[in-house]
Design a protein around this ligand. Sequence first.
Ligand code: KIV
Ligand code: ZN
Length: 524
Amino acid sequence: MTSKVKQDRVLIFDTTLRDGEQSPGATMTHTEKLEIAEMLDTMGVDIIEAGFPIASEGDFEAVSDIAKQAQTSVICGLARANLKDIDRCWEAVRHAKRPRIHTFIGTSPLHRAIPNLTMDEMADRIHETVTHARNLCDNVQWSPMDATRTEYDYLCRVIEIAIKAGATTINIPDTVGYTAPRESADLIARLIADVPGAPDVTFATHCHNDLGMATANSLAAVEAGARQIECTINGLGERAGNTALEEVVMAMKVRNDIMPFTTGIDSTKLMAISRRVATVSGFAVQFNKAIVGKNAFAHESGIHQDGMLKNAETFEIMRPEDVGLTETNIVMGKHSGRAALRSKLKDLGFDLADNQLNDVFVRFKALADRKKEVFDDDLVALMRVQEGEADDRVKVKFLRVICGTEAPQSADITLTIDGEDHQMTAQGDGPVDATFAAINALFPHSATLQLYQVHAVTEGTDAQATVSVRLEEDGRIVTGQSADTDTVVASAKAYVSALNNLLVRRTKSDPDADVKQVSYKDVG
Ligand code: KIV
Ligand code: ZN
């Protein structure tokens, strides 16, 4: 057992803004990162990993601004095992009331081969870099990347070196999501027992979800003595993602009888931050996602509904309110006013300034004109979708499609480009294909379509569709989203929104492109 924190207190280390944001296409703007960091701080996250400062100017600025704004959370930045990375990281996090440097190196045979270091050379590098980090900051986390595939004896050796050099937290990453619960627990228990100095530091678990076991592996590690869980909101992250914060927090809360651990998280804030992260990352939450999915508290079958009416505990192991899901029965419609909209949005976790409310109100009225009842999910979709900005260069002015059983389908579209209207008719394999072909003809570009996704927000044939489009051009990845009761209109607007984002990216220094230059594999 570790001695740094109370035995039953588990620290929550959120890496949504670093490991989560690293997921291709999940790029967030500076303002969005600051907003998410503030929500994490307010909800009681112990440590926020705010970014990878050397990766790009944008990452550096985000980490330093988050460091300046944070009230309670420790602010951590990531650095590879070299002095330049660590210095840059310190420059960014040093503004925080409670800064932390997190430095790492891949220790498994496959990862050691990349910088071509012998075991001894790598051990020296760890000693040098952790010592350097600790000379700058008294809170240093060290990670042997791919720990779960590193030879056990070597893992013990390098952890001991890191502890002696001054690391205060040792993180054990399951980088490729390879381990299983019993193995995860065994590894932590053995390391704590075998490595000299281990009881004086905090052991952390960092799991990826490639085999769907990240939550189970993290909890098993805690049962074996880890006292920090690294996780992300909605399990955001590369490939199958990271451990989902909401899952580990609620598991320890609901099953406290068998997992007697506490966290500092205010669980009633989970739903709001989940929605916000889904919005800004463009990664929608799957309907049946544990804790925060749309259906997580929905009881549809007759037998379930009957049981629920008699006693909610029949089928519910936690209350919707525990995760911040406030079920109000007020359905909004075209007669609802601004105050009702504000209060409803507040219940849903969106606290809007007056100018933001005015903008949403206009879109709400337009929706209510087309849809008799506007449900909570419609409003969430309205908030999720960033409609065109006033300074967008390309706007959809008019769209009409001809579709039916006879191919090909055609689309007639008018785009306003830099203030001038341009019209085009194109054919395609279906109305969306035809629409995109017409947009491409009017606005040629070399980006490729990486993702086209449609979700029906509610039931019924008048349901809104939210559409997400992801484009890639020269390593830049941009997304666009839109919602409309007409799926083809939503598709056209989402596509045009992604194009506008691409135009902005082309003119600005590009954080995505920068990140590509700084690879995890390059530890030199
Ligand atoms: O998955 C991983 O190994 C990481 C490290 C950088 C900690 O994210
Ligand atoms: Zn990771």
